[in-house]
Design a protein around this ligand. Structure first.
Ligand SMILES: Nc1nc2c(ncn2[C@@H]2O[C@H](COP(=O)(O)OP(=O)(O)OP(=O)(O)O)[C@@H](O)[C@H]2O)c(=O)[nH]1
Ligand SMILES: [Mg+2]
Length: 457
């Protein structure tokens, strides 16, 4: 973990391998001098926020290595809040290595992963949530993930935390003042007033905690399993949802024997779709292994789509499955609506999950099914909240810690304990929130966050 920020660091910021252009970044007090040493810009120095075509040379020999676009960002108006130079070379790995070597020769040090972002953080340019969001943005697999990460990088979570922390700090100051200046007519807050001031802080944090579930979904993705008895059209639906003929479809019941898995996005959320063997009592040993596997999926999948065949009457197997899965299934899919319908709707009456009627064969209703699933995942809400979602475990832990401390404080208020005791818990809550946005006590978590960055960021 680097702690020095006095030297000037350099790194290739674009991925390894051949590309049209490759960018090398320099940051630090000497960035401009070092860049000028390799650009040979005697008497024609780099201008702030200006890009120029330059010949890049080895300082010792003067050998020309490449023609590159060189941009200078004067401190503090740069990503790291230090002097930054970006050199856009031709994207040959050999050229980039040679230019890097020239920069090191001129006095730069090779950056470690995440060190540019670390500097931005240490120089107060961004807070911890923003730093993590930059990493999430780089690692985003879908546009939706990227959008949430970008909003966090712009400080949406931090902005949302700010008033919450202010309320807490205000309450702490009032209580402290009541104790410190007890003899000087400073009014002591009553229990009622403390409760009133604690309440909005707890409510705001609670909302963030709820958002964590959705935030996790976005970053980690989920599994959605298609289940039901044999021949109801699970594999057909699975294929239609994926828009590809992935699973074998056949009129014979018991076609799917193994769990078939495929990854595809749903509204920007990474989803692993699972097609499963139809559940029925079977004497075929292979089919029974498949059904056992389906049972494992039932236990592990994040969401279940329970499929029924609308063209036949309710069977005993359907009834058993409905009974077994009515708590778990996020949606009941009545399939084969292109055929005359025989399934009695009343049988589904006491199930809470939404019922969606589709034809997996023609695709009718499948878009609606996607919508219902997205609503169940709360994606709509995530967008509404402008992306101020808690997306990682560290953030959730800190919010959880703050919540616990606030609950202890509320308990202390109820028991009419001395204000010193309440203050201990309020300070603990504030410490947890400070760690979230990185104001105090953060040394121990820095390493964990920055070591997952790539070099050049
Ligand atoms: N008319 C009509 N037929 C369908 C529909 N969906 C599936 N089928 C037919 O129903 C039969 C069974 O389809 P599958 O998708 O293999 O059913 P499954 O639930 O995966 O069956 P198992 O793997 O055996 O459990 C096939 O002949 C499909 O063509 C539909 O929406 N309409
Ligand atoms: Mg099947």
């Amino acid at each position: 973990m680097p702690t020095l920020i006095d030297d000037t660091i350099a790194a290739i910021a674009t991925p390894k391998g051949k590309s049209g252009i490759g960018v090398i970044r320099l940051s630090g007090g000497e960035a401009r001098r070092i860049a000028e040493a390799v650009c040979g810009c005697r008497g024609n120095g780099l201008q702030d926020r200006t890009t120029r075509l330059r010949s890049i040379r080895r300082p010792k020999t003067g050998e020309v290595l490449d023609q590159a676009m060189v941009t200078y960002f004067r401190a503090p108006r740069s990503f790291t809040a230090e002097d930054v130079v970006e050199i856009g070379c031709h994207g040959s790995p050999v050229v980039l290595e040679a230019v890097m070597a020239a920069l090191l020769e001129a006095g730069a040090r090779m950056a470690t992963p995440g060190e540019f972002t670390l500097r931005a953080f240490l120089r107060g340019r961004i807070d911890l949530v923003q730093a993590e969001a930059i990493r999430d943005l780089i690692e985003a697999k879908t546009l939706f993930q990227a959008r949430v990460a970008r909003q966090q990088a712009e400080g949406s979570l931090s902005r949302r935390m700010k008033p919450v922390k202010e309320l807490l700090v205000r309450l702490i100051s009032l209580l402290e003042a009541g104790i410190d200046f007890a003899d000087d007519d400073v009014p002591v807050l009553g229990e009622e007033a403390i409760r009133d001031q604690l309440q909005p802080v707890v409510a705001a944090l609670q909302e963030l905690e709820v958002g964590f579930g959705r935030g996790r979904l976005l970053s980690a993705g989920i599994t959605v399993a298609v289940v039901g008895r044999t021949n109801v059209g699970k594999s057909t639906l699975f294929n239609t949802l994926l828009s590809q003929q992935r699973a074998i479809v056949n009129e014979h019941p018991g076609t799917t024997r193994d769990v078939v898995a495929e990854d595809a996005h749903l509204g920007g959320i990474p989803v692993r779709w699972l097609d499963t063997a139809g559940i029925r009592s079977s004497t075929d040993p292979v089919e029974r292994i498949g059904i056992d596997k389906t049972r494992e999926v039932l236990a592990d999948a994040d969401r279940l789509l329970l499929v029924l065949d609308g063209s036949v009457e309710h069977t005993e197997e359907d009834r058993r499955l409905l009974e077994e899965l009515k708590q778990q299934a996020c949606c009941l899919v009545v399939n084969k609506i292109d055929l005359p319908q025989r399934l009695c709707g009343e049988r589904l009456g006491n199930i809470e999950a939404p019922v969606v009627r589709v034809s997996a064969l023609t695709g009718e209703g499948v878009e609606r099914l996607r919508q219902v699933l997205l609503e169940d995942l709360g994606q709509g809400k995530a967008v509404e909240q402008g992306g101020s979602l808690v997306t990682n475990l560290r953030q959730q832990e800190r919010i959880g810690e703050a919540m616990k401390a606030l609950k202890r404080a509320a308990g202390a208020v109820e028991q009419e304990l001395p204000h010193e005791v309440i203050l201990l818990d309020l300070h603990a809550a504030l410490r947890a929130l400070n760690q979230l946005t990185g104001e105090t006590g953060i040394e121990d978590i820095l390493g964990r966050i920055f070591q997952t960055f790539c070099v050049g960021k």
